[in-house]
Design a protein around this ligand. Structure first.
Ligand code: SF4
Length: 374
């Protein structure tokens, strides 16, 4: 097996076996803290010697969670509760849930009662994250998370250690941004493999993941770049479903850039290293932009997506809409208008975590490809 294949196999194994990774952390005496979408202060968890593991739900049939949610709550929130009730998260010491949208607010309350064995740590962010009063609010939220983590896990927070974690995460961000650039000219990496690169980041220690991604990029840049037949830019909350990714692969589409919440949106902003570490996390959150769950009254996000798609060399923009996700739904018409203005065709594909039949999406995807290639 050549080195690229070996690294991709390791990333795939991590992306598809979070449960066994959770067990292995516990065998080595580590405590695991689950991190729900969309932005959790992972650096704090990491600095306290705890292992943050992403909890973005899974493609499962929703049964037990139905008694906790009305049908019109997004399947990401519902599947997190489904997995919690069915024991998939057993052994985790807690879950941090940021309340950045209505579904997450409901999730935070319901998880407490539906899964009483895993304590909930809420992270309440301010609507106005940029002014000083907003930053003070974020700081108070982080202090609350620290106090809860100390109480639940018996570990102590230390600001010096947070410095080290801020650097580890900034380094990882840089590696992931490089990965996006490298993959945009390597169509030999499938959409599924690209997804594994991002998904595995939620489950592996950041130091290990950075090392794997650095090695992968070094290997790929030593190979001749290729030309994507039908390059597309993808926007949405989550695109990790194998059924969905194989549709793109089978249609011959190459993802040359993304604005996916579980992928690139996580890595756009670094924490500054010239202020105290907790303040650095506050400044990082204040500096984040272009995301459907972050307050953006001028909707600059829409032009940003069109600009990024254009710069990536995409022929079109694929908007992957998670069913019942209000924050994303509101932006779709504006994003499509911005893409049209930029001369980029766009299409919307609706997905959810219970999808088993992708035939309708396949037809839409193939039609979109034919339109881009015409
Ligand atoms: S998919 Fe949308 S509605 Fe669901 S948790 Fe994420 S942002 Fe909220």
């Amino acid at each position: 097996m050549n080195e690229v294949k070996e690294i991709l196999a390791r990333l795939h194994a991590a992306a598809t076996n979070p449960r066994s990774l959770l067990e292995s952390y516990r065998i080595f005496g580590k405590k695991v803290i689950l991190t729900a979408p969309v932005y959790t202060p992972e650096e704090i968890i990491h600095s306290m010697g705890l292992v943050p593991m992403g909890a973005w739900g899974a493609d499962v049939q929703l049964n037990l969670s139905k008694s906790w949610f009305p049908a019109f709550i997004c399947s990401i929130a519902q599947s997190i509760v489904e997995l919690g009730i069915s024991g998939a998260y057993e052994g985790a010491s807690g879950i941090v849930i940021p309340t950045l949208c209505d579904s997450l607010k409901v999730l935070e309350e319901n998880f407490k009662y539906a899964v009483p064995s895993i304590p909930v740590i809420p992270m309440t962010y301010p609507q106005n994250r940029k002014p000083d009063f907003g930053k003070d609010f974020t700081l108070a939220g982080y202090r609350r998370v620290i106090a809860d983590l100390e109480r639940i896990t018996g570990t102590e927070f230390n600001e010096e250690k947070l410095w080290e974690s801020v650097r580890v995460y900034n380094h990882h961000n840089a590696a992931m941004r490089r990965l996006v650039r490298v993959l945009s000219t390597r169509p030999q990496i499938t959409v599924q493999e690209r997804s594994d690169c991002f998904k595995s980041a939620w489950f592996l220690p950041k130091e290990d993941h950075t090392a794997l991604i650095d090695r992968l990029c070094d290997q790929l840049v030593s190979q001749a770049p290729g030309t994507a037949l039908t390059p597309v830019y993808v926007s949405g909350i989550l695109t990790d479903s194998p059924g969905f990714n194989s549709l793109l692969d089978e249609a011959g589409l190459t993802v040359v850039g993304d604005d996916v919440a579980a992928q690139s949106r996580q890595y756009r902003t670094d924490a500054p290293e010239d202020v105290t570490p907790l303040r650095a996390l506050v400044e990082k959150y204040a500096a984040m932009d272009h995301c459907s769950v972050l307050y953006d009254p001028a909707k600059k996000r829409c032009e940003y997506i069109a600009e990024q798609a254009k710069a990536s060399g995409a022929k079109g923009v694929l908007l992957v809409l998670t069913k019942f996700c209000d924050p994303e739904e509101f932006d779709i018409p504006l994003i499509r208008r911005a893409c049209e203005k930029a001369g980029l065709p766009s299409t919307v594909i609706e997905v959810d975590r219970q999808m088993v039949n992708y035939e309708q999406a396949r037809t839409a995807m193939e039609t979109f490809r034919d339109m881009l290639d015409a």
